[in-house]
Design a protein around this ligand. Sequence first.
Ligand SMILES: [Zn+2]
Length: 197
Amino acid sequence: MTELKIVTLPDEVLRTKARPVTKFDDDLQTLIDDMIATMRAASGVGLAAPQIGRSIQLAVIETLPKSDEAGNDIPGSRELFVIANPRIVWESREVVDGVEGCLSIPGYVGEVERAYAVRVRAQDRRGNPIKLRLKGWTARIFQHEIDHLNGVLYIDKLTDRENFWTDEEYYEMRQAEAEAEDTEEDVEETAAPENRD
Ligand SMILES: [Zn+2]
């Protein structure tokens, strides 16, 4: 398997509507395997063909691992999807805000509103029709990748222009939030004994 070069903004291919996949031949199988290797090497959870410079409706997605009650990752709980010619055929009215990054926009993250759940029709790597029901982070990843196939990027959909940060800014913000929560807990702990008489 070959790791492919990930294209970044302002490459025009990221802004181009991709063509449908029509041939599910050996070349496509090789491309899919290379995309999976590239996604994993980049620690990504999804990669769309335009991101490696191929303007075709193809994406690979690997979900985040599920965690047990103690919060530890369950080995083997990641799920890998290969989707060709995907269409979102239904989306929930319920929406959720979440922070996304993109391998084609390195060094930044931003907050985006997405449907909480979606239903997708697509073809698998051999061209067989598939129907998927997705929710939560998996649904978010699918929406992000399918946007790529239409030349749309998450930065087009920010909840607010200000909700866009460098990785460092976002990390510092999260640290500050965590520290603020710790302080609140300390206050409660200190206050508690006085209430116990
Ligand atoms: Zn992306």
